[in-house]
Design a protein around this ligand. Structure first.
Ligand SMILES: *Cc1c(COP(=O)(O)O)cnc(C)c1O
Length: 822
């Protein structure tokens, strides 16, 4: 389905103009997601942190010809074959276009809101109803002011049912989403504390959410939830309601009994006088609630009882995160094996494309048959083949009878197998070298088996890194700072142990201003992997200047020796105006120029052209502790005095920065032009200030073996521990060579198993240690947390008499890092 540009101009009320009539099928708000340039309309959105107008030229070069902007683009005269639709506000225009598009269809649309469970309910409805309807749904959790319009845009002539999520974080947002989604059936999953900031009360938040249902025919909610019932009554919408209840027999949907088994739950219910039951393969309360919401929808849509029963039994968990794992032979694996339709394929390919900056890696796609009703296979796979080429896939492995039949459509290196088992039987891990492999398959194909087969498995211990948690932490500090203040993100020491590339890439995408690494080689590695944002090198070695210049890394300069050497090297290589960062020693007494050095420093800087002071900074000795506040303030004043001197003789603005994480928390007003955010990004507040941070890194392993030992027996080297009672002792594959400090042995420290603390017994070995699980219900293969959500690094640091920094950075390089993104 396409729109003419003149038509769109009218819908979004653009300033009139002579438009060239390109047909538009795709909307774009993130320049990195470009797939079909010639049919794309780009909306240059302006946010606090980014301005889409910056990407217009780049997109033009890539073939995009249609732009919605808030002002005429620079160089528009050089892009004569392009259309510029100028509007007051590009986000309003995007929303208006989506709302118009929605109005063209009279199909049933389901709108879901609530604090948790939206995505699960949406995906489950898709699993339950796709056999009956040609459906579209929000991709992943596209539920924002931008995500909703993009979701709604997917509706086309063949769509019979649509399911969209709506998420809000501030008052007044829901009205806008309502006018775009216009749901006929509304579901509110529940109301929790998330995103409370913008609202004065839970009730205000609930009322706002219910605005989504303004013109619904039917509203589904938990009739036992007093807050929601109260708000429904207040709004008095007079629409049909399915308020399901576990207590009130008179409700239209009465849940009479919930019977939990070991790994399934049977739910008995009465709907319109008829008693029925169904079973789901889940036991958690949240899953039961989500399934009841889905039941209400199916009942409302008059789905046969037999279909409800049969499909509920087959519900599969919603894997909301794409996993990136290390594979054998230097491969990286992106596992997205829970569904396969062309939309989610495009999103996954996009995710892969962004990672492919890991240069020199070939891009491989392992793809199953795509289940999508509505399109004949030849057209579907022609479309897939097209997307694959556009996203730069080098090699395709197709698995399934239908994709195999359509093999001739694909113009890349290709192989086909009729089933997953056929492929696994080849022992495929040897077939891939230095490749970035995306595994994308419909649930029935069990592609997790392929992911397992390709994974690197020398060791069962992993450091799981949540990139979402890191983004959350970044934004917590971002919010605290003035919008103009720049942020340097410290990724030294291998990103505080969490890994440099993935962290840097995520921060670059997030719009951070600078990265800082410890040595030049770390910076060079990031450049080679495709990191383009400015990078500061904190400890440049005398021998590293050439690396610095050739990878455009900006050194910290802390001594005259270094200063003179870099000027000399710059002279030799013909470098001019190279940005450097001047470090002032204001009291830490580690590195840096002192107040007394200033006259000489100014003289040297002003007498040369090779380098330019881009910033001047200093570091606190004790910004986390109140007892040093007088000293910290002295440091600030010394620093400011030096910075002023430096600025006074410079024609350029020199950025000033002093605050580290604890500084940001405790001396927010001293943020100056930039701050240097370190450990806070990784989820630790060194000053114990409540910044609402989330845990980023979790060190995990599994139980290898469990032994029943008698009282009096000893455990481990040097027979350090003699058991005082009959005990169950588990061995876990992590030792001091992985970074597990030996001082945690002999019951000084503990780990977390199935919700309980398990003390470490005996001496910690090189690769293994033993834990006491006598009082814990657990078995071999169970997960063990060394640190993370349940066992914060701060607690381990306290036991060891050290700081969380040391715990985080001690996880050795041989521990596999696994990254998660929702
Ligand atoms: C490591 C470092 C930081 C970051 O400190 P955190 O306490 O981790 O926020 C800031 N500035 C300098 C100079 C550093 O070396």
């Amino acid at each position: 389905m396409t729109y003419k540009i003149s038509q769109i101009a009218k819908i979004i009320k653009a300033q009139p103009g002579d438009f060239i009539n390109y047909p538009i099928s795709a909307l774009l708000t993130d320049s990195r997601s470009l797939t079909f340039p010639e049919e794309t309309l780009f909306f240059a959105l302006v946010t606090e942190r980014n301005d889409g107008h910056r990407y217009i030229e780049e997109l033009y070069r890539k073939g995009v010809r249609n732009f919605v902007t808030e002002h005429p683009a620079d160089n528009a005269d050089k892009m004569i074959d392009a259309n510029f639709l100028v509007v007051k506000n590009t986000l309003d225009a995007l929303q208006a276009l989506a709302a118009h598009h929605r109005q063209q269809f009279s199909i049933p649309v389901i709108g879901i809101t609530g604090s948790n469970g939206k995505t699960t309910v949406k995906e489950w409805l898709y699993q339950l109803l796709q056999a009956d309807y040609n459906m579209v749904r929000s991709p992943r959790s596209y539920n924002s002011q931008i995500g909703v319009p993009l979701s709604v845009w997917q509706i086309n002539e063949s769509t019979q049912l649509a399911v969209f999520e709506a998420g809000i974080s501030q008052p007044d947002e829901m009205g806008r989403l309502e006018s775009i989604i216009k749901p006929r059936i509304g579901i509110i999953t529940n109301i929790g504390e998330a995103h409370q900031e913008g609202f004065s009360s839970m009730q205000q938040k609930c009322l706002e959410k219910l605005l989504l249902f303004k013109s619904c025919e039917c509203i589904i909610y938990d009739g036992d939830n007093p807050l929601i019932c109260d708000c429904m009554e207040k709004l008095c919408m007079g629409t049909r309601e399915i308020a399901w209840s576990k207590k009130d027999r008179d409700r239209p949907l009465y849940i009479s009994k919930i019977t939990k088994g070991a790994d399934s739950t049977t739910i008995d219910y009465t709907y319109l006088q008829y008693q029925q039951s169904f079973t789901i393969p889940f036991v958690e309360d949240a899953s039961i609630e989500n399934a009841i919401h889905c039941l209400a929808v199916m009942a409302y849509l008059n789905r046969p009882v037999a279909a409800i029963k049969e499909r509920m039994a087959k519900l599969s968990p919603v894997a909301m995160r794409m996993e990136v794992k290390e594979g054998a032979n230097n491969c990286l694996i992106i596992n997205d094996s829970y569904n396969s339709d062309i939309n989610s394929l495009t999103i996954a390919l996009d995710f892969q494309a962004r990672r492919a900056a890991a240069k020199g890696m070939r891009r491989t796609l392992i793809l199953s048959d795509i289940y999508q009703t509505g399109l004949p296979p030849a057209s579907l796979y022609r479309k897939v083949a097209d997307v694959i080429v556009r996203k730069g896939i080098d090699r395709l492995i197709g698995i399934g009878p239908i994709i195999s039949d359509n093999a001739y459509l694909f113009n890349v290196e290709k192989e086909f197998y009729s089933s997953t088992q056929d492929f696994i039987d080849l022992q495929p891990s040897g077939l891939f070298h230095n490749e970035l492999i995306l595994i994308k398959g419909a649930r029935d194909f069990n592609f997790e088996l392929i992911s397992e087969a390709l994974e690197l498995k020398q060791h069962e211990t992993i450091l799981e890194v949540s990139l979402d948690a890191m983004i959350h932490n970044y934004n917590q500090f971002r919010k605290k700072l003035n919008p103009k203040t720049k942020i340097i993100c410290m990724v030294k020491a291998f990103g505080y142990g969490a890994g440099s590339y993935e962290i840097a890439k995520t921060l670059q995408d997030q719009g951070a201003d600078y990265l800082a690494v410890a040595v030049a080689d770390e910076g060079a590695e990031l450049r080679k992997a495709g990191i383009t944002m400015p990078i500061i090198v904190m400890n440049p070695e005398m021998s590293s200047f050439r690396t610095l210049f050739s990878y455009h890394l900006e050194p910290e300069i802390y001594s005259f020796k270094l200063l003179e050497a870099i000027i000399k090297e710059g002279e030799k290589l013909g470098v001019t105006g190279y940005p450097v960062h001047i470090k002032i020693d204001s009291g830490m007494h580690r590195l840096g120029f002192t107040g007394d050095d200033m006259p000489k420093l100014l003289e040297i800087l002003n007498g040369q052209t090779e380098i330019l002071a881009r910033s001047v900074f200093s570091h606190f000795a004790g910004s986390d502790e109140k007892c040093f506040d007088t000293f910290s303030k002295e440091q600030l004043s010394i620093f400011k005095h030096c910075a002023t001197q430096l600025q006074s003789t410079s024609k350029h603005k020199i950025l000033r920065h002093m605050l580290n994480t604890a500084g940001i928390s405790r001396f927010t007003n001293e943020q100056m032009d930039m701050v240097r955010l370190g450990i806070g990004l990784y989820g630790v507040s060194p000053s114990n200030t409540d910044e609402g941070l989330k845990t980023v890194s979790t060190l995990k392993t599994t139980i290898l073996q469990i032994k029943e030992l008698k009282s009096g027996e000893s455990v481990g080297y040097s027979r350090k521990e003699v058991l005082e009672r009959p005990s169950r002792i588990a061995a876990i594959p992590i030792g001091y060579a992985d970074g597990m400090d030996r001082h945690l042995g002999n019951r000084n420290g503990y780990v977390f198993v199935n919700g309980c603390k398990a003390p470490i017994v005996g001496n910690i070995c090189m690769d293994v240690c033993m834990i006491d699980v006598t009082d814990i219900d657990c078995k071999e293969g169970d997960r063990v947390e060394i640190f993370g959500e349940n066992l914060p690094v701060t607690e381990i640091a306290d036991i060891l008499g050290t700081i969380p920094y040391e715990i985080l950075t001690s996880v050795s390089g041989r521990v596999k890092r696994v990254y998660f993104r929702e």
